[in-house]
Design a protein around this ligand. Structure first.
Ligand code: ATP
Ligand code: MG
Length: 212
């Protein structure tokens, strides 16, 4: 176990929020907080993805930076924590492996949700062992501008009825922002103030991330 969760809580509801978090922004944080409140989660575990295989390294910021920015962003929320599980893994980790790991740790005491944006859930049938994954945990899909729930229901419901049954839709205040948008703004010398916590903003400047 590479992060701290109380051991003796009895029944636990945990949401895992996976992402590259390159960098983390308020869209991620609002999604996690709304999921926690609406689904009565005891904890949300942010799970930054590991470094991709060598050839892709240039396209994604080193995992240690992404981990530290995520930690800075969640540190003031007692219900949020960050896991090093995927970034410390020697191999590529897939969500199905991560979920299996959590399920083993807590056995039947655990209700597990995987939290994503509506865009990510549209890809789910391309994820490793997605049918197994959907058996192991339910999904919470947050609204994201550009991805309508009704379209999502039609696409997934028609083609993959087993998917839509396991996906809970979560309405959050619309935030048309992405990490790509923040990276681009930093590269262009524009401010990212209020789009991410100030500590993350300062970390980005201090380490000269995303400058061209
Ligand atoms: P990038 O532009 O680099 O893809 P991103 O903003 O999409 O970054 P990710 O780390 O790829 O961030 O996303 C992690 C998870 O957070 C995904 O499930 C994604 O759908 C969700 N997410 C990201 N931004 C938002 C947002 N503004 N509203 C709702 N969900 C979001
Ligand atoms: Mg993304």
């Amino acid at each position: 176990m590479r992060f701290l969760l109380p051991k003796d809580e009895g029944e636990l509801s945990i949401g895992i929020m996976g992402g590259t978090f390159d960098p983390i922004h308020i869209g991620h944080l609002v999604t996690a907080e709304e999921a926690r409140r609406q689904f009565n989660l005891n904890h949300v575990v942010f799970m930054p993805t590991g470094n991709p295989p060598h050839k892709d390294r240039t396209r994604i910021t080193d995992a240690e930076h992404r981990y530290l920015m995520t930690l800075l962003a969640v540190v003031d929320n007692p219900f949020f924590t960050v896991s090093r599980m995927e970034i410390d893994s020697q191999d590529t980790t897939y969500t199905v492996d991560t979920v299996r790991h959590f399920t083993k740790l807590y056995n039947s005491k655990l209700t597990l949700y995987f939290i994503t944006g509506a865009d990510a859930i549209l890809d789910i049938t391309t994820w490793k062992d997605y049918k197994m994954l959907l058996k192991s945990c339910a999904f919470i899909a947050a609204s994201r501008p550009g991805y309508s729930f009704s379209k999502l229901k039609v696409i997934l419901g028609d083609a993959f009825p087993e998917v839509i049954k396991r996906v809970h839709l979560l309405e959050i205040p619309a935030m048309a922002i992405s990490s790509t948008f923040l990276r681009r703004r930093v590269a262009e010398g524009k401010t990212i103030r209020y789009l991410t916590p100030e500590s993350v903003e300062q970390y980005i400047y201090k380490n000269r991330l995303y400058v061209r």
